[in-house]
Write a protein that binds this ligand. Sequence first.
Ligand code: XMP
Length: 607
Amino acid sequence: MHHDSIAVVDFGGQYAHLIATKVRRQKVLAEILQPEDPISKFKQHKGIILSGNPSLSSFGEDSDYNKEIFDLDIPILGFCFGHQEIAKHYGGNVMNGKQEFGRAQLKINRDHPLFKGLSSSEQVWMSHNDTVTSVGPDFEELGFSILGEGTEPHHFAAIGSDKYRRYGFQFHPEVDDTTHGDEMIRNFAVEICGCSASWEMEQYLEEEIEKIKSRVGSGSVFLLASGGVDSTVAARLFGEALRPEQLHLLHVDNGLMRKNESEQVLKAFKDMGLDANLHFVDATSDFLSALEGLVEPEQKRKAIGDTFVKVFEREAQRLGLSNHLLGQGTIYPDTIETGGTKRSDTIKTHHNRVQIIEDMIAAGKVIEPLADLYKVEVRELGEKLKIPSEMIWRQPFPGPGLGVRLLCSTGTLNDAALIPEIADEVAAVLVNTSFVGTVLPVKSVGVKGDLRSYEHPVMIHGTADWNKLDEIAGTVLKKVRGINRCIWNLSPSMPTEFRPLAATMTKDRLDLLRDADHIVMEGLRRHGLETEVWQCPTVLLPLEIDGHGEELCIVRPIHSERAMTATAAHLPIELIEEIRKEVLALPKISGLAYDLTSKPPGTIEWE
Ligand code: XMP
Protein backbone atom coordinates (compact mmCIF):
# COMPACT_ATOMS: atom_id res chain seq x y z
CA MET A 1 0.00 0.00 0.00
CA HIS A 2 1.26 3.50 -0.81
CA HIS A 3 1.63 6.01 2.02
CA ASP A 4 2.33 9.72 1.65
CA SER A 5 5.71 10.39 3.18
CA ILE A 6 8.15 13.00 4.43
CA ALA A 7 11.93 12.88 3.85
CA VAL A 8 14.01 13.75 6.92
CA VAL A 9 17.51 14.88 6.00
CA ASP A 10 20.09 13.57 8.46
CA PHE A 11 22.59 16.31 9.19
CA GLY A 12 24.03 14.22 12.02
CA GLY A 13 23.74 14.52 15.74
CA GLN A 14 21.06 12.22 17.06
CA TYR A 15 18.05 14.23 15.93
CA ALA A 16 17.03 12.94 12.50
CA HIS A 17 15.71 9.65 13.72
CA LEU A 18 13.75 11.26 16.51
CA ILE A 19 12.14 13.60 13.98
CA ALA A 20 11.23 10.62 11.78
CA THR A 21 9.66 8.90 14.79
CA LYS A 22 7.65 12.00 15.64
CA VAL A 23 6.42 12.25 12.03
CA ARG A 24 5.31 8.61 12.17
CA ARG A 25 3.54 9.29 15.45
CA GLN A 26 1.35 11.59 13.32
CA LYS A 27 0.59 8.54 11.12
CA VAL A 28 2.68 9.87 8.24
CA LEU A 29 5.49 7.69 6.95
CA ALA A 30 8.98 9.24 7.21
CA GLU A 31 12.22 8.19 5.57
CA ILE A 32 15.69 9.35 6.59
CA LEU A 33 17.84 10.57 3.69
CA GLN A 34 21.46 11.66 3.59
CA PRO A 35 22.22 15.26 2.51
CA GLU A 36 24.19 14.04 -0.52
CA ASP A 37 21.50 11.60 -1.74
CA PRO A 38 20.45 12.09 -5.39
CA ILE A 39 17.60 14.46 -6.01
CA SER A 40 15.44 11.61 -7.39
CA LYS A 41 15.17 10.21 -3.86
CA PHE A 42 13.78 13.49 -2.51
CA LYS A 43 11.19 13.76 -5.30
CA GLN A 44 9.31 10.72 -4.01
CA HIS A 45 8.21 12.57 -0.88
CA LYS A 46 5.50 15.16 -0.23
CA GLY A 47 7.66 17.23 2.10
CA ILE A 48 11.23 17.57 3.37
CA ILE A 49 12.44 18.27 6.90
CA LEU A 50 16.03 19.44 7.43
CA SER A 51 17.30 18.33 10.83
CA GLY A 52 19.51 20.22 13.25
CA ASN A 53 23.04 19.40 14.28
CA PRO A 54 24.74 20.96 17.30
CA SER A 55 28.19 20.72 15.70
CA LEU A 56 27.40 22.21 12.27
CA SER A 57 27.38 25.91 11.65
CA SER A 58 25.53 27.88 8.97
CA PHE A 59 27.72 30.84 9.72
CA GLY A 60 30.59 31.50 7.30
CA GLU A 61 31.51 28.72 4.90
CA ASP A 62 29.02 27.00 2.63
CA SER A 63 27.74 23.74 4.05
CA ASP A 64 28.08 20.54 2.09
CA TYR A 65 24.76 19.08 0.86
CA ASN A 66 22.65 18.70 -2.23
CA LYS A 67 21.20 22.21 -2.60
CA GLU A 68 19.10 21.14 -5.61
CA ILE A 69 16.45 20.30 -3.04
CA PHE A 70 15.63 24.01 -2.98
CA ASP A 71 14.65 23.81 -6.67
CA LEU A 72 11.97 21.21 -5.93
CA ASP A 73 8.34 22.23 -5.71
CA ILE A 74 7.99 20.40 -2.40
CA PRO A 75 7.54 22.17 0.97
CA ILE A 76 10.66 22.25 3.15
CA LEU A 77 10.83 22.85 6.91
CA GLY A 78 14.18 23.30 8.68
CA PHE A 79 14.94 22.96 12.38
CA CYS A 80 17.88 24.82 13.98
CA PHE A 81 20.77 24.26 11.50
CA GLY A 82 18.15 23.49 8.79
CA HIS A 83 16.32 26.72 9.67
CA GLN A 84 19.53 28.75 9.30
CA GLU A 85 20.31 27.08 5.96
CA ILE A 86 16.88 28.04 4.60
CA ALA A 87 17.25 31.63 5.80
CA LYS A 88 20.68 31.88 4.18
CA HIS A 89 19.71 30.23 0.89
CA TYR A 90 16.88 32.72 0.33
CA GLY A 91 18.91 35.86 1.03
CA GLY A 92 18.81 36.15 4.83
CA ASN A 93 21.72 36.45 7.25
CA VAL A 94 23.07 34.23 10.01
CA MET A 95 25.43 35.35 12.72
CA ASN A 96 27.48 33.50 15.29
CA GLY A 97 26.40 34.29 18.84
CA LYS A 98 23.19 35.06 20.72
CA GLN A 99 23.02 31.45 21.87
CA GLU A 100 19.95 30.08 23.58
CA PHE A 101 19.82 26.80 25.50
CA GLY A 102 16.82 25.20 27.13
CA ARG A 103 13.24 26.35 27.36
CA ALA A 104 11.92 29.57 25.82
CA GLN A 105 8.52 31.01 24.88
CA LEU A 106 7.68 31.32 21.20
CA LYS A 107 5.49 34.34 20.48
CA ILE A 108 3.58 33.67 17.27
CA ASN A 109 3.02 36.77 15.10
CA ARG A 110 -0.07 35.73 13.14
CA ASP A 111 -2.41 32.83 12.34
CA HIS A 112 -0.59 30.39 10.13
CA PRO A 113 -1.37 26.77 9.16
CA LEU A 114 1.93 25.68 10.78
CA PHE A 115 0.58 26.78 14.16
CA LYS A 116 -3.03 25.67 13.64
CA GLY A 117 -4.72 24.82 16.95
CA LEU A 118 -1.96 26.43 19.06
CA SER A 119 -2.03 29.53 21.20
CA SER A 120 -0.11 32.72 20.49
CA SER A 121 2.57 31.81 23.08
CA GLU A 122 4.11 28.31 23.12
CA GLN A 123 6.89 26.68 25.16
CA VAL A 124 9.74 25.59 22.88
CA TRP A 125 13.23 24.10 23.42
CA MET A 126 16.34 25.83 22.07
CA SER A 127 19.91 24.65 21.58
CA HIS A 128 21.90 26.86 19.23
CA ASN A 129 25.00 28.98 18.86
CA ASP A 130 24.16 30.62 15.50
CA THR A 131 21.19 32.88 14.94
CA VAL A 132 19.19 34.14 11.95
CA THR A 133 19.40 37.95 11.95
CA SER A 134 17.45 38.79 8.79
CA VAL A 135 15.34 37.09 6.14
CA GLY A 136 15.29 37.57 2.36
CA PRO A 137 12.50 38.88 0.09
CA ASP A 138 9.14 37.03 0.29
CA PHE A 139 10.06 35.68 3.75
CA GLU A 140 8.55 36.86 7.03
CA GLU A 141 9.13 36.37 10.73
CA LEU A 142 6.35 34.03 11.90
CA GLY A 143 7.43 34.16 15.54
CA PHE A 144 10.09 35.40 17.97
CA SER A 145 11.25 33.92 21.24
CA ILE A 146 11.67 35.29 24.75
CA LEU A 147 13.08 33.67 27.87
CA GLY A 148 10.41 35.19 30.13
CA GLU A 149 7.84 38.01 30.13
CA GLY A 150 9.53 41.37 29.68
CA THR A 151 12.86 39.93 28.46
CA GLU A 152 14.49 40.91 25.15
CA PRO A 153 12.96 39.27 22.10
CA HIS A 154 15.10 36.88 20.07
CA HIS A 155 13.91 37.49 16.53
CA PHE A 156 13.30 35.04 13.66
CA ALA A 157 12.67 32.02 15.93
CA ALA A 158 10.15 30.92 13.28
CA ILE A 159 10.29 32.11 9.68
CA GLY A 160 8.47 31.27 6.48
CA SER A 161 7.60 32.02 2.89
CA ASP A 162 4.19 30.84 1.68
CA LYS A 163 5.30 31.73 -1.87
CA TYR A 164 8.19 29.22 -1.84
CA ARG A 165 6.64 26.97 0.84
CA ARG A 166 9.86 27.12 2.85
CA TYR A 167 9.74 27.36 6.65
CA GLY A 168 12.21 27.29 9.52
CA PHE A 169 12.17 26.89 13.32
CA GLN A 170 15.16 27.92 15.38
CA PHE A 171 13.87 25.59 18.13
CA HIS A 172 13.49 21.80 18.18
CA PRO A 173 9.83 20.72 17.88
CA GLU A 174 10.89 17.04 18.01
CA VAL A 175 11.92 17.10 21.70
CA ASP A 176 9.33 16.63 24.42
CA ASP A 177 10.21 19.99 26.01
CA THR A 178 8.58 21.76 23.07
CA THR A 179 5.11 21.27 24.50
CA HIS A 180 3.17 21.28 21.21
CA GLY A 181 6.01 20.17 18.92
CA ASP A 182 4.01 17.15 17.77
CA GLU A 183 1.19 19.44 16.58
CA MET A 184 3.67 21.62 14.67
CA ILE A 185 5.10 18.55 12.94
CA ARG A 186 1.58 17.33 12.15
CA ASN A 187 0.62 20.75 10.76
CA PHE A 188 3.62 20.73 8.44
CA ALA A 189 2.99 17.19 7.18
CA VAL A 190 -0.79 17.41 6.87
CA GLU A 191 -1.72 21.10 6.44
CA ILE A 192 1.29 22.29 4.43
CA CYS A 193 2.38 19.14 2.55
CA GLY A 194 -1.10 17.62 2.25
CA CYS A 195 -0.05 14.16 3.47
CA SER A 196 -2.88 11.85 4.44
CA ALA A 197 -2.35 10.38 7.90
CA SER A 198 -2.64 6.71 6.94
CA TRP A 199 0.41 4.99 8.46
CA GLU A 200 -0.21 2.96 11.61
CA MET A 201 1.51 0.34 13.73
CA GLU A 202 -1.11 -2.21 12.52
CA GLN A 203 0.01 -1.57 9.00
CA TYR A 204 3.66 -1.55 9.96
CA LEU A 205 3.05 -4.99 11.39
CA GLU A 206 1.34 -6.28 8.23
CA GLU A 207 3.98 -4.77 5.99
CA GLU A 208 6.84 -6.16 8.11
CA ILE A 209 5.28 -9.63 7.95
CA GLU A 210 5.12 -9.39 4.16
CA LYS A 211 8.71 -8.13 4.01
CA ILE A 212 9.95 -11.01 6.18
CA LYS A 213 8.10 -13.55 4.02
CA SER A 214 9.57 -12.27 0.80
CA ARG A 215 13.08 -11.87 2.24
CA VAL A 216 13.23 -15.35 3.80
CA GLY A 217 11.44 -17.17 0.96
CA SER A 218 11.93 -20.90 1.39
CA GLY A 219 14.93 -20.37 3.72
CA SER A 220 14.87 -19.98 7.49
CA VAL A 221 15.76 -17.61 10.33
CA PHE A 222 17.99 -18.54 13.25
CA LEU A 223 17.27 -15.90 15.90
CA LEU A 224 19.47 -15.02 18.86
CA ALA A 225 16.83 -14.76 21.56
CA SER A 226 18.10 -13.30 24.83
CA GLY A 227 14.59 -13.11 26.30
CA GLY A 228 14.74 -9.32 26.41
CA VAL A 229 11.91 -7.20 25.03
CA ASP A 230 13.43 -6.72 21.58
CA SER A 231 14.36 -10.29 20.74
CA THR A 232 11.04 -11.52 22.14
CA VAL A 233 9.06 -9.16 19.92
CA ALA A 234 11.27 -10.16 16.97
CA ALA A 235 10.64 -13.85 17.75
CA ARG A 236 6.87 -13.33 17.75
CA LEU A 237 7.03 -11.31 14.55
CA PHE A 238 9.02 -14.04 12.77
CA GLY A 239 6.58 -16.57 14.26
CA GLU A 240 3.69 -14.75 12.56
CA ALA A 241 5.47 -14.51 9.22
CA LEU A 242 7.10 -17.93 8.90
CA ARG A 243 6.14 -21.59 9.13
CA PRO A 244 7.29 -23.21 12.41
CA GLU A 245 10.04 -25.17 10.66
CA GLN A 246 11.44 -21.94 9.21
CA LEU A 247 12.17 -20.41 12.62
CA HIS A 248 14.84 -21.55 15.06
CA LEU A 249 15.51 -19.69 18.31
CA LEU A 250 18.82 -19.87 20.10
CA HIS A 251 19.10 -18.77 23.69
CA VAL A 252 22.72 -18.46 24.75
CA ASP A 253 23.72 -18.38 28.41
CA ASN A 254 26.82 -16.23 28.07
CA GLY A 255 27.63 -16.38 31.78
CA LEU A 256 26.76 -12.66 31.94
CA MET A 257 23.07 -13.13 32.66
CA ARG A 258 21.19 -12.25 35.83
CA LYS A 259 20.53 -14.83 38.52
CA ASN A 260 18.31 -17.69 37.16
CA GLU A 261 17.69 -15.65 34.00
CA SER A 262 18.14 -18.41 31.40
CA GLU A 263 15.72 -20.73 33.17
CA GLN A 264 13.05 -18.01 33.25
CA VAL A 265 13.61 -17.05 29.61
CA LEU A 266 13.22 -20.63 28.39
CA LYS A 267 10.02 -20.98 30.40
CA ALA A 268 8.62 -17.72 29.01
CA PHE A 269 9.27 -18.81 25.40
CA LYS A 270 7.58 -22.13 26.15
CA ASP A 271 4.57 -20.32 27.63
CA MET A 272 4.30 -18.22 24.46
CA GLY A 273 4.30 -21.34 22.29
CA LEU A 274 7.63 -20.45 20.71
CA ASP A 275 9.38 -23.66 21.71
CA ALA A 276 8.98 -25.71 18.52
CA ASN A 277 12.65 -25.13 17.65
CA LEU A 278 13.99 -23.54 20.80
CA HIS A 279 17.65 -24.32 21.41
CA PHE A 280 19.74 -23.57 24.44
CA VAL A 281 23.49 -23.53 24.91
CA ASP A 282 25.55 -22.76 27.99
CA ALA A 283 28.50 -20.90 26.47
CA THR A 284 29.81 -19.38 29.70
CA SER A 285 33.32 -20.74 29.16
CA ASP A 286 33.51 -19.32 25.58
CA PHE A 287 32.61 -15.85 26.81
CA LEU A 288 34.82 -15.91 29.89
CA SER A 289 37.84 -17.02 27.91
CA ALA A 290 37.19 -14.33 25.26
CA LEU A 291 37.02 -11.73 28.02
CA GLU A 292 40.05 -12.97 29.92
CA GLY A 293 42.39 -10.12 30.82
CA LEU A 294 40.35 -7.43 29.01
CA VAL A 295 39.81 -4.12 30.76
CA GLU A 296 38.94 -1.52 28.12
CA PRO A 297 35.13 -1.20 27.63
CA GLU A 298 35.12 -1.25 23.82
CA GLN A 299 37.40 -4.30 23.74
CA LYS A 300 35.09 -6.10 26.15
CA ARG A 301 32.04 -5.22 24.04
CA LYS A 302 33.72 -6.42 20.86
CA ALA A 303 34.83 -9.69 22.48
CA ILE A 304 31.25 -10.33 23.62
CA GLY A 305 29.74 -9.51 20.21
CA ASP A 306 32.28 -11.70 18.37
CA THR A 307 31.69 -14.60 20.74
CA PHE A 308 27.93 -14.45 20.09
CA VAL A 309 28.63 -14.96 16.37
CA LYS A 310 31.12 -17.75 17.05
CA VAL A 311 28.64 -19.61 19.27
CA PHE A 312 25.81 -18.95 16.81
CA GLU A 313 27.77 -20.41 13.90
CA ARG A 314 28.89 -23.43 15.91
CA GLU A 315 25.30 -24.14 16.98
CA ALA A 316 23.96 -23.69 13.42
CA GLN A 317 26.48 -26.26 12.26
CA ARG A 318 25.70 -28.64 15.12
CA LEU A 319 21.98 -28.43 14.30
CA GLY A 320 22.66 -28.94 10.61
CA LEU A 321 21.09 -25.61 9.61
CA SER A 322 21.98 -24.09 6.27
CA ASN A 323 20.39 -21.45 4.03
CA HIS A 324 19.45 -19.47 7.14
CA LEU A 325 19.62 -15.80 8.04
CA LEU A 326 20.91 -14.60 11.41
CA GLY A 327 17.92 -12.95 13.11
CA GLN A 328 18.48 -10.19 15.67
CA GLY A 329 16.20 -7.93 17.67
CA THR A 330 18.39 -4.88 16.98
CA ILE A 331 16.57 -1.58 17.56
CA TYR A 332 17.46 1.87 16.32
CA PRO A 333 19.49 3.22 19.28
CA ASP A 334 21.80 0.17 19.03
CA THR A 335 22.77 1.36 15.55
CA ILE A 336 23.05 5.06 16.24
CA GLU A 337 25.09 4.64 19.42
CA THR A 338 27.51 2.37 17.59
CA GLY A 339 28.11 5.28 15.20
CA GLY A 340 26.05 3.46 12.59
CA THR A 341 24.86 6.49 10.70
CA LYS A 342 27.32 8.46 8.66
CA ARG A 343 27.49 11.43 10.95
CA SER A 344 27.17 9.92 14.41
CA ASP A 345 30.01 9.25 16.83
CA THR A 346 30.60 5.79 18.34
CA ILE A 347 29.21 6.14 21.85
CA LYS A 348 29.58 2.39 22.37
CA THR A 349 29.62 -0.69 20.16
CA HIS A 350 26.44 -2.63 20.79
CA HIS A 351 26.89 -6.39 20.85
CA ASN A 352 24.80 -6.73 17.70
CA ARG A 353 26.87 -4.20 15.76
CA VAL A 354 30.42 -5.61 15.96
CA GLN A 355 32.44 -5.79 12.73
CA ILE A 356 31.73 -9.47 11.96
CA ILE A 357 28.01 -8.71 12.09
CA GLU A 358 28.46 -5.58 9.95
CA ASP A 359 30.21 -7.83 7.41
CA MET A 360 27.37 -10.36 7.57
CA ILE A 361 24.86 -7.53 7.08
CA ALA A 362 26.77 -6.33 4.02
CA ALA A 363 26.69 -9.91 2.68
CA GLY A 364 22.88 -10.03 3.16
CA LYS A 365 23.02 -12.68 5.89
CA VAL A 366 21.21 -10.82 8.67
CA ILE A 367 17.55 -9.96 9.20
CA GLU A 368 16.52 -7.33 11.78
CA PRO A 369 12.84 -6.40 11.54
CA LEU A 370 12.95 -3.85 14.40
CA ALA A 371 16.02 -1.92 13.28
CA ASP A 372 14.04 1.28 12.65
CA LEU A 373 12.17 1.38 15.94
CA TYR A 374 12.74 2.77 19.40
CA LYS A 375 11.90 0.80 22.54
CA VAL A 376 8.49 2.50 22.98
CA GLU A 377 7.49 1.44 19.48
CA VAL A 378 8.82 -2.09 19.94
CA ARG A 379 6.62 -2.36 23.01
CA GLU A 380 3.62 -1.03 21.06
CA LEU A 381 4.29 -3.66 18.40
CA GLY A 382 4.64 -6.31 21.14
CA GLU A 383 1.17 -5.40 22.39
CA LYS A 384 -0.27 -5.76 18.88
CA LEU A 385 1.38 -9.20 18.77
CA LYS A 386 -0.35 -10.08 22.07
CA ILE A 387 2.85 -10.80 23.95
CA PRO A 388 2.13 -11.02 27.71
CA SER A 389 2.54 -7.59 29.23
CA GLU A 390 5.02 -8.74 31.87
CA MET A 391 7.37 -9.65 29.00
CA ILE A 392 6.79 -6.38 27.13
CA TRP A 393 7.20 -4.15 30.13
CA ARG A 394 10.25 -5.90 31.58
CA GLN A 395 13.17 -3.61 32.12
CA PRO A 396 15.56 -3.69 29.16
CA PHE A 397 18.68 -5.77 29.73
CA PRO A 398 21.66 -5.18 27.42
CA GLY A 399 22.91 -7.98 25.16
CA PRO A 400 26.39 -7.91 26.77
CA GLY A 401 24.57 -8.27 30.09
CA LEU A 402 26.60 -7.95 33.27
CA GLY A 403 29.69 -7.70 31.05
CA VAL A 404 29.11 -3.93 30.80
CA ARG A 405 28.21 -3.63 34.49
CA LEU A 406 31.28 -5.31 35.95
CA LEU A 407 34.06 -2.77 35.49
CA CYS A 408 37.59 -4.10 35.07
CA SER A 409 40.88 -2.35 35.74
CA THR A 410 44.65 -2.74 35.57
CA GLY A 411 44.77 -1.09 39.01
CA THR A 412 46.66 1.94 37.69
CA LEU A 413 45.30 5.07 36.06
CA ASN A 414 47.04 6.91 33.25
CA ASP A 415 45.64 10.27 34.36
CA ALA A 416 45.98 9.86 38.14
CA ALA A 417 47.80 13.20 38.35
CA LEU A 418 44.68 15.03 37.17
CA ILE A 419 42.47 13.75 39.96
CA PRO A 420 43.56 16.23 42.68
CA GLU A 421 42.93 19.11 40.24
CA ILE A 422 39.44 17.87 39.46
CA ALA A 423 38.83 17.31 43.17
CA ASP A 424 39.71 20.97 43.84
CA GLU A 425 37.11 22.04 41.30
CA VAL A 426 34.51 19.79 42.94
CA ALA A 427 35.34 21.25 46.36
CA ALA A 428 34.97 24.78 44.97
CA VAL A 429 31.47 23.99 43.69
CA LEU A 430 30.39 22.39 46.98
CA VAL A 431 31.97 25.00 49.26
CA ASN A 432 28.78 26.68 50.46
CA THR A 433 26.64 23.56 50.61
CA SER A 434 26.23 20.90 53.28
CA PHE A 435 27.72 18.32 50.88
CA VAL A 436 31.27 17.05 50.46
CA GLY A 437 32.60 15.35 47.37
CA THR A 438 35.52 13.41 45.96
CA VAL A 439 36.68 12.12 42.56
CA LEU A 440 36.96 8.35 42.11
CA PRO A 441 40.04 6.75 40.51
CA VAL A 442 38.01 4.82 37.89
CA LYS A 443 36.41 5.79 34.60
CA SER A 444 33.11 5.09 32.89
CA VAL A 445 31.55 5.80 29.52
CA GLY A 446 29.24 8.75 28.94
CA VAL A 447 27.91 10.93 26.12
CA LYS A 448 28.53 14.66 25.88
CA GLY A 449 27.24 16.85 23.04
CA ASP A 450 26.64 13.67 20.99
CA LEU A 451 30.24 12.48 21.52
CA ARG A 452 31.58 9.60 23.59
CA SER A 453 33.29 10.48 26.87
CA TYR A 454 35.39 8.27 29.18
CA GLU A 455 35.80 10.12 32.46
CA HIS A 456 35.72 9.95 36.24
CA PRO A 457 32.72 9.84 38.57
CA VAL A 458 32.36 12.22 41.49
CA MET A 459 31.03 10.83 44.76
CA ILE A 460 29.07 13.23 46.97
CA HIS A 461 27.93 12.75 50.56
CA GLY A 462 25.02 14.53 52.23
CA THR A 463 21.38 14.27 53.32
CA ALA A 464 18.65 12.38 51.51
CA ASP A 465 16.88 15.37 49.98
CA TRP A 466 16.12 14.64 46.30
CA ASN A 467 15.81 18.30 45.28
CA LYS A 468 19.19 19.06 46.78
CA LEU A 469 20.80 15.90 45.42
CA ASP A 470 19.55 16.57 41.88
CA GLU A 471 20.55 20.21 42.05
CA ILE A 472 24.05 19.44 43.32
CA ALA A 473 24.60 16.63 40.82
CA GLY A 474 23.44 18.94 37.99
CA THR A 475 25.71 21.79 39.09
CA VAL A 476 28.79 19.61 39.64
CA LEU A 477 28.35 17.94 36.25
CA LYS A 478 27.86 21.27 34.52
CA LYS A 479 30.76 23.09 36.16
CA VAL A 480 33.54 20.56 36.66
CA ARG A 481 35.48 19.27 33.67
CA GLY A 482 36.85 15.74 33.42
CA ILE A 483 33.85 14.06 35.04
CA ASN A 484 30.72 12.48 33.55
CA ARG A 485 28.87 11.02 36.55
CA CYS A 486 27.79 12.05 40.03
CA ILE A 487 26.99 9.35 42.59
CA TRP A 488 25.60 9.68 46.09
CA ASN A 489 27.38 7.77 48.86
CA LEU A 490 25.07 5.37 50.72
CA SER A 491 27.65 4.03 53.15
CA PRO A 492 27.32 5.48 56.66
CA SER A 493 30.14 8.01 56.33
CA MET A 494 32.11 9.62 53.51
CA PRO A 495 35.08 7.42 52.66
CA THR A 496 38.48 9.08 52.50
CA GLU A 497 40.65 6.61 50.63
CA PHE A 498 39.87 4.80 47.38
CA ARG A 499 42.39 2.34 45.94
CA PRO A 500 41.83 0.98 42.42
CA LEU A 501 42.44 -2.78 42.26
CA ALA A 502 43.51 -4.89 39.31
CA ALA A 503 40.43 -6.88 38.30
CA THR A 504 39.11 -8.69 35.24
CA MET A 505 35.95 -10.55 34.31
CA THR A 506 35.87 -13.64 36.52
CA LYS A 507 33.07 -16.00 37.50
CA ASP A 508 33.47 -15.05 41.19
CA ARG A 509 33.08 -11.36 40.50
CA LEU A 510 30.10 -12.06 38.21
CA ASP A 511 28.47 -14.17 40.93
CA LEU A 512 28.88 -11.32 43.41
CA LEU A 513 27.34 -8.87 40.92
CA ARG A 514 24.48 -11.33 40.30
CA ASP A 515 23.78 -11.38 44.05
CA ALA A 516 23.87 -7.59 44.36
CA ASP A 517 21.66 -7.19 41.25
CA HIS A 518 19.22 -9.77 42.63
CA ILE A 519 18.88 -7.79 45.88
CA VAL A 520 18.10 -4.61 43.93
CA MET A 521 15.65 -6.25 41.49
CA GLU A 522 13.83 -8.08 44.29
CA GLY A 523 13.59 -4.80 46.18
CA LEU A 524 12.01 -3.08 43.17
CA ARG A 525 9.54 -5.98 42.83
CA ARG A 526 8.59 -5.84 46.53
CA HIS A 527 7.87 -2.14 46.23
CA GLY A 528 5.93 -2.56 42.96
CA LEU A 529 8.45 -0.43 41.04
CA GLU A 530 9.62 -2.92 38.43
CA THR A 531 7.94 -1.18 35.51
CA GLU A 532 7.71 2.33 36.92
CA VAL A 533 11.50 2.44 36.94
CA TRP A 534 12.46 2.11 33.25
CA GLN A 535 15.73 0.34 33.94
CA CYS A 536 17.97 -0.21 36.95
CA PRO A 537 21.52 -1.43 36.31
CA THR A 538 23.60 -2.54 39.30
CA VAL A 539 27.32 -2.04 38.76
CA LEU A 540 30.54 -3.10 40.51
CA LEU A 541 33.74 -1.04 40.45
CA PRO A 542 37.02 -2.66 41.60
CA LEU A 543 37.82 -0.26 44.46
CA GLU A 544 39.11 -0.87 47.96
CA ILE A 545 37.66 1.78 50.27
CA ASP A 546 39.37 2.93 53.47
CA GLY A 547 41.37 -0.29 53.50
CA HIS A 548 38.30 -2.55 53.23
CA GLY A 549 36.60 -4.68 50.59
CA GLU A 550 37.17 -4.97 46.86
CA GLU A 551 34.04 -3.74 45.08
CA LEU A 552 32.06 -0.50 45.22
CA CYS A 553 28.47 -1.27 44.26
CA ILE A 554 26.41 1.33 42.35
CA VAL A 555 22.65 1.32 41.90
CA ARG A 556 21.41 3.19 38.81
CA PRO A 557 17.61 3.52 38.62
CA ILE A 558 16.47 5.69 35.72
CA HIS A 559 13.41 6.98 33.89
CA SER A 560 13.48 7.08 30.11
CA GLU A 561 11.29 6.61 27.07
CA ARG A 562 13.60 6.04 24.15
CA ALA A 563 16.92 5.36 25.97
CA MET A 564 18.46 8.29 24.06
CA THR A 565 18.03 10.44 27.17
CA ALA A 566 17.38 9.45 30.80
CA THR A 567 17.00 10.95 34.25
CA ALA A 568 17.82 9.43 37.63
CA ALA A 569 14.75 7.88 39.29
CA HIS A 570 14.09 8.51 43.00
CA LEU A 571 13.58 5.24 44.86
CA PRO A 572 11.69 5.34 48.19
CA ILE A 573 14.11 5.90 51.08
CA GLU A 574 12.77 2.76 52.79
CA LEU A 575 13.78 0.66 49.79
CA ILE A 576 17.20 2.31 49.68
CA GLU A 577 17.64 1.37 53.35
CA GLU A 578 16.70 -2.25 52.63
CA ILE A 579 19.11 -2.43 49.69
CA ARG A 580 21.84 -0.83 51.75
CA LYS A 581 21.56 -3.39 54.55
CA GLU A 582 21.58 -6.36 52.21
CA VAL A 583 24.25 -5.21 49.75
CA LEU A 584 26.69 -4.03 52.43
CA ALA A 585 26.36 -7.45 54.05
CA LEU A 586 27.67 -9.20 50.91
CA PRO A 587 31.30 -10.37 51.07
CA LYS A 588 33.97 -8.16 49.45
CA ILE A 589 31.64 -5.16 49.05
CA SER A 590 33.51 -2.00 50.03
CA GLY A 591 30.64 0.48 49.73
CA LEU A 592 27.37 1.41 48.06
CA ALA A 593 26.38 4.47 46.03
CA TYR A 594 23.41 5.74 44.01
CA ASP A 595 23.90 7.16 40.50
CA LEU A 596 22.26 10.60 40.13
CA THR A 597 23.52 11.23 36.58
CA SER A 598 21.17 12.04 33.74
CA LYS A 599 21.91 10.95 30.16
CA PRO A 600 23.65 13.03 28.86
CA PRO A 601 26.31 13.42 30.29
CA GLY A 602 26.25 9.81 31.59
CA THR A 603 24.90 6.86 29.66
CA ILE A 604 22.46 4.42 31.22
CA GLU A 605 25.07 1.67 31.46
CA TRP A 606 28.50 2.44 32.91
CA GLU A 607 30.34 1.02 29.87
P1 XMP B 1 23.30 3.46 27.19
O1 XMP B 1 24.17 2.84 28.23
O2 XMP B 1 24.03 3.66 25.90
O3 XMP B 1 22.18 2.40 26.88
O4 XMP B 1 22.63 4.71 27.64
C1 XMP B 1 20.99 2.65 26.17
C2 XMP B 1 20.14 1.40 26.24
O5 XMP B 1 20.74 0.36 25.46
C3 XMP B 1 21.03 -0.76 26.27
N1 XMP B 1 22.31 -1.31 25.77
C4 XMP B 1 22.39 -2.36 24.96
N2 XMP B 1 21.45 -3.18 24.48
N3 XMP B 1 23.12 -4.40 23.33
C5 XMP B 1 21.83 -4.21 23.68
O6 XMP B 1 20.97 -5.00 23.26
C6 XMP B 1 24.13 -3.61 23.78
O7 XMP B 1 25.29 -3.81 23.43
C7 XMP B 1 23.74 -2.55 24.64
N4 XMP B 1 24.44 -1.58 25.28
C8 XMP B 1 23.53 -0.83 25.97
C9 XMP B 1 21.10 -0.25 27.68
O8 XMP B 1 20.86 -1.27 28.62
C10 XMP B 1 20.04 0.83 27.65
O9 XMP B 1 18.73 0.32 27.80
